[in-house]
Design a protein around this ligand. Structure first.
Ligand SMILES: NC(=O)c1ccc[n+]([C@@H]2O[C@H](COP(=O)([O-])OP(=O)(O)OC[C@H]3O[C@@H](n4cnc5c(N)ncnc54)[C@H](OP(=O)(O)O)[C@@H]3O)[C@@H](O)[C@H]2O)c1
Length: 290
């Protein structure tokens, strides 16, 4: 199929590169941050890409990834909406290729005191971080099994999955859900030749904290891991068939180790995420958060 044919058949999908027999990786939340860096990893290792995100930024990502010698497709879908998830699954069926890898990474946070935050923002976060991943996993796992070639699935969880998270209570709970769900799938899907891996990054330098309204927290202004390093570690761990990857700084590995009592972990978390906590950190919050 040539470039013009593809554009006519899939008018909502942005393309770069040429169709091929290369393995295909699907990545959600691939326009920026960890998802975009994961897309680079897959492209560098010879995978074609199907990227999905909510905003126009996914099309910019397709254009930027055009420098790699692989086919890149990108589509805008709001994964909080069931109809959009179904439309994305239909995109995949139209493309009709085995999925060598699926990365369920799209996610947002909501920071603040639970009794002050907006309920609708938190329900929308649950729609994206939890419901969309269950919905997509249901259809894409069945599709992978139908194609009969096995594959790899990476879920972006968080170090927050292992500790209840004051001042981002609902966010931490969404990640605890994903960690539990993905770990269970890891066991179920082994017999189908499908490998499921969870990725637990710690604070990483992306748009996440700003988008979560956490610019005025200690964690918001503290030094963070580079998303490119997180993605590199994630890709290597996925390829070496690890079931769980705690990526980034040593602090993340210590935080997720169960040797620290939960009450201590909860209060350490609260210290980092408390609104206004940034003023105790040298440099303080960025000007727009003051
Ligand atoms: N940064 C951290 O410290 C950290 C730590 C642990 C775990 N994580 C997890 O890492 C994942 C990626 O976050 P990030 O740090 O890379 O943040 P990010 O740069 O803000 O990326 C979030 C991605 O999710 C997409 N997205 C947001 N709402 C969407 C929607 N309704 N439908 C489809 N896509 C949507 C965004 O696309 P648009 O821009 O197009 O909306 C973007 O591509 C998340 O699951 C997050 O929970 C992050």
């Amino acid at each position: 199929m040539n470039y013009e044919d593809r554009a006519q058949i899939y008018p909502e999908v942005r393309f770069s590169g040429t169709p091929s027999g290369r393995p295909l990786a699907v990545i959600t939340g691939a326009s920026t941050g960890i998802g975009y860096e994961l897309a680079i990893q897959f492209a560098e290792h010879g995978y074609d890409l199907l990227l999905v995100s909510e905003s126009e930024a996914v099309h910019d990502a397709v254009d930027r990834l055009g420098i790699y010698n692989v086919e890149v497709m990108g589509v805008r879908r709001d994964l909080r909406q069931e109809t959009e998830i179904d439309a994305f699954c239909a995109d995949i069926r139209h493309i009709d290729r085995p999925l060598a890898a699926i990365v369920l990474n799209a996610g947002v946070g909501v920071g603040g005191k639970f009794f002050e935050t907006e309920l609708c923002t938190e329900l929308n976060m649950i729609r994206l971080n939890v419901l969309a991943n269950v919905h997509l996993a249901k259809h894409l796992v069945q599709y992978m099994i139908l194609k009969g070639e096995g594959g790899k699935i990476l879920f972006t969880s968080s170090v927050a999955a292992t500790t209840p998270g004051p001042y981002e209570a609902v966010y931490a709970a969404t990640k605890a859900f994903i960690q539990s769900f993905a770990t269970a799938l890891h066991h179920e899907l082994e017999e189908k030749g499908i490998q499921v891996t969870t990725l637990q990054p710690g604070p990483t330098d992306t748009n996440f904290f700003h988008r979560a309204g956490m610019d005025d927290t200690k964690v918001g202004v503290s030094e963070k891991d580079d998303p490119a390093d997180i993605a590199r570690e994630a890709f290597e761990g996925l390829m070496s068939e690890k079931s769980n990857i705690v990526a980034g700084s040593l602090k993340n590995k210590i935080l997720t180790a169960t040797v620290i009592p939960e009450a201590v972990r909860v209060s350490q978390h609260a210290d980092m995420t408390k609104p206004g906590g940034a003023s105790n950190v040298q440099g303080g919050p960025p000007p727009e958060a003051r």
